[in-house]
Design a protein around this ligand. Structure first.
Ligand code: PLP
Length: 441
């Protein structure tokens, strides 16, 4: 026999549609349309059958494989749901995905082993040789690296835009553009892209739009509402919220897109472990509450820094001086999150003094740590306040090419600040005493 006729869309042991929570099924007399996204996120339940009572917390299903009663059961799992093998579906991960989708309101969500597993699954699932991608620079360095890999190994073409203007995205589009990858607010300079404007120029050309909204969280920003195809988050940040896990998620606008990603995940095996899925689900239950405090603190700290004589400029979408403040007001709901980029006067020396950073320029001088509550660390979005120095720690010459560094506008004086949920007065006092020690002479 020659080649077998195989349905390429059918992958062994992959379910055909996302799992459903009690709300998705209308089991308690309410559907997702009857409550707010926040209420659905906090109260949605996994559907548990076979006993009189249901655990209010979804159990961690450590099981790798699942017992079947009869041969037909495997087939049944494809169409009606149910687990066969935990790489392909796990009830704890599925409940976490239902909770994410209760906020995002797409066709379905998927959890991944990391934010980068989520990003790379979209790239691998939807791009092929000869396709073209438009993205921003700077953006999350892992994303830039993944696209460089796609260019080198799969001959995917890439164009990066160095500002966030809709016209710049438009100019970068080519006849073979398949995907526009938007990061908003973007890392590390907290500029904001108008999601709807990008969708409006992509849609008539059949171009997919993916949004990395990690800096905003899915509570503050829900890109699918504006017509985006993918909403992606690093759950290691606000979604998990406690700096105790690495995870990612994607919500898609159609079931077909969801199935492509599910297929990628089942094939490449970058699913989230059920233990971490359980932590993500716990984080999600308090996401709305945490984000309210993050947003409140973010604005107060940004306002303090904005008026400070030793601060050159502050980027925070909630400040009127932010170049895309009007766009942010439109697409960030309930607040502007808590990521701030502050440029300290005195270039690398100022930034280094506040954070005790080893820049190339000050590598010889180990300067005292001047912040006390803020911790010098990468990552963001946790309960604890963190700051980092993009030029040496996450962007800049070590990770980007000289051309990219120059165009990206990442300067030695920049500090990226993730404002936590401590009380704002204490955070402001901490930054104030640190800035007092910056010597501009
Ligand atoms: C952290 C981050 C990622 C990558 O997420 P991981 O969970 O660390 O893999 C992607 N995009 C942005 C904007 C991030 O901040």
């Amino acid at each position: 026999m020659g080649s077998m006729d195989i349905d390429q869309n059918r992958h062994l042991s992959i379910r055909e549609a996302p799992a459903k929570s009690d709300y998705d099924q209308g089991l308690n007399g309410l559907t997702l349309d009857d409550v707010t996204p926040t209420s659905a996120l906090v109260s949605c339940q996994h559907v548990f059958t076979g006993t009189h009572t249901t655990p209010i917390v979804t159990p961690i299903y450590h099981s790798a494989t699942y017992i079947m009663d009869k041969l037909d059961d495997a087939m049944q799992c494809f169409t009606d749901g149910g687990s066969i093998y935990s790489r392909n579906s796990n009830p704890t991960c599925e409940m976490t995905e239902c909770a994410i989708n209760a906020l995002e309101r797409g066709a379905g969500s998927l959890t991944f082993a990391s934010g980068m597993a989520a990003v790379s699954s979209i790239f691998l699932g939807f791009l092929k040789t000869g396709d073209h991608v438009v993205f921003q620079s700077p953006c999350y360095v892992g994303t830039t690296t993944a696209l460089k890999h796609m260019a080198e190994h799969y001959k995917v073409e890439t164009t990066f835009v160095t500002d966030v203007k809709t016209e710049s995205f438009e100019k970068a589009i080519q006849p073979n553009t398949k995907l526009i990858w938007v990061e908003t607010p973007c890392n590390p300079n907290v500029l904001v892209v108008d999601i709807k404007a990008v969708v409006d120029l992509a849609k008539p050309k059949g171009i997919l739009v993916g949004v990395d909204g990690t800096f905003a969280s899915p509570y503050v920003q829900q890109p699918l509402r504006y017509g985006a195809d993918f909403s992606m988050h690093s759950c290691s940040k606000y979604v998990g919220g406690h700096l105790d896990l690495i995870a990612g998620c994607v919500t898609t606008s159609t079931v077909e897109q969801w199935r492509v990603l599910k297929h990628m995940q089942g094939t490449f095996g970058n699913m989230l472990s059920p233990h971490d899925a359980s932590l993500v689900l716990r984080g999600l239950r308090t996401l709305p509450l945490r984000m309210k405090k993050h947003c409140e603190n973010g604005l107060l700290v940004a306002q303090f820094l904005d008026g400070h004589p030793k601060v050159e400029r502050v980027h925070y979408p909630g400040l009127e001086s932010h170049p895309q403040h009007e766009v942010a007001k439109k697409q960030m709901i309930g607040g502007f999150s808590a990521m701030i980029m502050a440029e300290i006067k005195g270039g690398s020396k100022g930034g280094a003094t506040v954070a005790e950073v080893w820049t190339i320029l000050v590598v010889k001088y180990r300067i005292k740590i001047n912040v006390r509550i803020f911790k010098l660390a990468v990552s963001l979005g946790g309960a604890q306040s963190i700051l980092e120095h993009p030029y040496t720690m996450t962007h800049g010459k070590y990770l980007l090419s000289e051309e990219e560094t120059k165009k990206s506008g990442v300067t030695p004086g920049m500090l990226r600040i993730s404002v936590g949920i401590e009380d704002a007065d204490d955070l402001i006092a901490d930054l104030k005493q640190a800035l007092d020690k910056v010597d501009l002479s």
